[in-house]
Design a protein around this ligand. Sequence first.
Ligand SMILES: C[S@@+](CC[C@H](N)C(=O)[O-])C[C@H]1O[C@@H](n2cnc3c(N)ncnc32)[C@H](O)[C@@H]1O
Length: 925
Amino acid sequence: MNAVEIAEAVSKLVEAAFDAAEFPFAFLEAFGNKASTIKQLRSGHSNKSDVDGGLLQRNHIHLAVCETGQVSSKLAELRDSPANVKNKVKFILATDGVDLEAENLISGETVACTYPDVADHFGFFLALAGISTVREIRDNAIDIKATGRLNRLYIELLKENEDWGTEQRRQDMNQFMGRLIFCFFAEDTDIFRGENLFTSTIDQMSDSRSENADHVIGELFRAMDTKHEDRKAADIPRWADVFPYVNGGLFAGSKDIPKFSRIARAYLLQAGNLNWKEINPDIFGSMIQAIADDEERGAIGMHYTSVPNILKVLNPLFLDSLREQLEEASDNARKLLNLRKRLAKIRVFDPACGSGNFLVIAYKEMRAIEFEVNKRRGETHLKSEIPLTNFRGIEIRDFAAEIARLALIIAEYQCDELYRGQKEALVEFLPLNTQNWIVCGNALRLDWLSVCPPTGTAVTNKAEDLFLTPLDQAQIDFENEGGETYICGNPPFKGSRKQKPQEKEDLQHVFSGLTTKWKNVDYVGAWLMKAAIYNDECDAPFAFVATNSLCQGQQVPITWVLLLERGFRIRFVHPSFKWSNLAANKAGVTVVVTGVDREQGGQRMIYTDKSKREVTNINPYLTEHEISVVPAEKKPRFTAIPMEYGVYYSKSAGLMLTADEKDMLCTNGLPLHFLRRFLGSTEYINGKERFCLWIADDEVEEAIQLTDVQERIDNVRHDRLETDDTAVNKLAAKPHQFRERKGDDASKIFVPIVSSENREYFPAGLVDRSVIPTNKAFYIPNGPLWALAIISSKLHLAWIDTICGRLRTDYSYSNTLGWNTFPVPKLTEKNKSDLTQSAEDILLAREAHFPATIADLYKPEDMPDNLRAAHERNDEVLERIYIGRRFKNDTERLEKLFELYTKMTEANGKIGGNKNQASAEATAP
Ligand SMILES: C[S@@+](CC[C@H](N)C(=O)[O-])C[C@H]1O[C@@H](n2cnc3c(N)ncnc32)[C@H](O)[C@@H]1O
């Protein structure tokens, strides 16, 4: 169940008559528990409660119904239950059907409300359904409810009006929903005079079979698009005439209304009956945009960047400086006036604005500061001087773009009401202006200077119908020419393998002429580049949230190098923090905030959730060490030990065997010398077996004596001929072999390509001839064991983590970035023999636990003592070679490595030169 469905199930439960015996089961059912789970709990099998009348679902909740008036004491009883700890209970809940109290035993948060009101607190319990969510969403039931009801309405309307779901009409549908949302908000805020004016007019004027609901709504929309003086001529019906003239392009253009079924009419009335006054434009917008998306509908908060995360961008970018100025101005009227003028001239531009949450938060925060200024100057009666049109955005999806504009309009109204009172807010609200300051289009194809021009120009973009506004017309006068511009946002991140052809073309468009390596750039890199290009004309510091991959691996030598060459520097950073929102598929994403400008000197700050630190430098790997970038190297730069990629096996399915298939072939007489174990990271780490046929050119005749082998080889030939890829077609000439014939060395250091972030060490190992590494691994043929000692060290892991980047959150190894660049000082024979010894000790320690897998051995909490001790000794030996003692932490490790890297590369010619590998070894200082 998703959050919307849970919200509805809980509402239904509490709206029905309270059934004390049923409640505990019904509550769990509302949070998505299967009938079989409930059955088991009912039977008592899985009910672990030790409280009278209690129900305990292991790992989840302990709840009980009590006598009237006994809720608090029952909750206390539940809290004291010894069964909680044993069964890892997260929530306790007690109710008597009148009141309800609950507690999150992990966070200590509590809820106390009347029984029916638990429908507004369902977010508190979302973890019961495995949904982890940020607090803002959890605590704002109104936003979830509104989304849920609109969701249902949307689906119901599409059922009745199938053509509105097509590509051609989707925009009409989105426009219609945008208009509805505006009306719901307006009727609850007195923008429309009269109690629930919009919803109740539809209720009264449309018949309950819903035959004329579309006509009624159409007439209301027509009224809102007609000036009062023109209404007579336009024949606006009297019941619609009470609606104000709204303008703003919102009701202009097509007045087509979808046909309403009875159910759709009911959903519309239900949505209208919510109190829209309380919606949060930043949260609601992020949620609501998903309803227009078939894949994301119901996935509340999919694109949601939480307010604390937005502030990680906006505060250091410019809000902190405004607050400092306020602080400094104290009660000095002139200084306060200067600040107000500054505020009025600030432009905030989000070139991937979604539903506008960065812009809304920026606007609200600036209004708060302006209010404080006015308060200190005794001028709270003054109208705000901060123009909404200074909050610019580009968004590719039309519905989200429309919602962004609505969200800003709503935010403006709410701020006016808060700071100036409802009367003033209402006076100034309508009609809306027609300016189009949120542009719907592809940010990588639009000229940002035209969307957010640096100087004042005449108003060129007034549109009657916002949806039909040409995309290249976004010039709006900035009355307040000469102000500061800040670019911010959370542009889409997408690694090069996941990009669609159109997105690849976008990258090419942005990077052509700048680098030939644009194919490897993460999609988000293009926003950084566009922001840098924008800065050629207009000084505009920029800060984005992006996946941490932007500051790792090959993104650094491509995108960041281009920025550094243009004179940009990283002014502030919020290194790696977990992205938290409701969407399950975003759960594991780690993101960073980087703030960039061209100002020389000045503060540079590294922020964490708990601290901030001023530093003299921030490099593109987001540490303070003095280093620019570490480019990939084709050959090892500081050792003479080459590390190879394993064997590529696409279009070679016939050559690969499961353990059963291998056994079958052996039973049928296949000689063992035709077989090898075929291992990549997963097989190596988890101890899984996979095999392959390994046939030399002069052995083919012998191998195909076995019909099974002949068939397998024929299949490979067929597969390779079937594709359009001519390089693969050529490989059909040698169907008995993989693309490469390598890896058959007597001994190899095996290096998995990925390893879980939870492991304290990168678990490389030693394999013999029986193993061929796949291209999901690297290997050092006949490598010396001292190299294994290095790869297994904490020192190397710190380098890999920073330079190679991660795959999702896992360590991701790269020979060109990680091994070939790793600074190894000149090793004496004694050093090598000590390291060889410690590598042997690690292997022996693992051996002692045979048949435990690497995954078993490297579980951080269960790592065997002897293995941990062997690694400790290995680290001790290696770190003493580098600095004569153990490093204190990874920061110190990286500092040393960066220092060595810089020294050794300077001593060894230009980076990327690869000259004189053997002589590259330097003595560690
Ligand atoms: C990660 S979301 C962030 C949206 C919003 N700031 C938030 O936090 O909810 C990225 C947004 O970029 C939009 N987008 C994707 N590609 C785009 C493009 N080429 N041009 C403009 N917007 C784009 C997406 O539709 C999405 O709304």
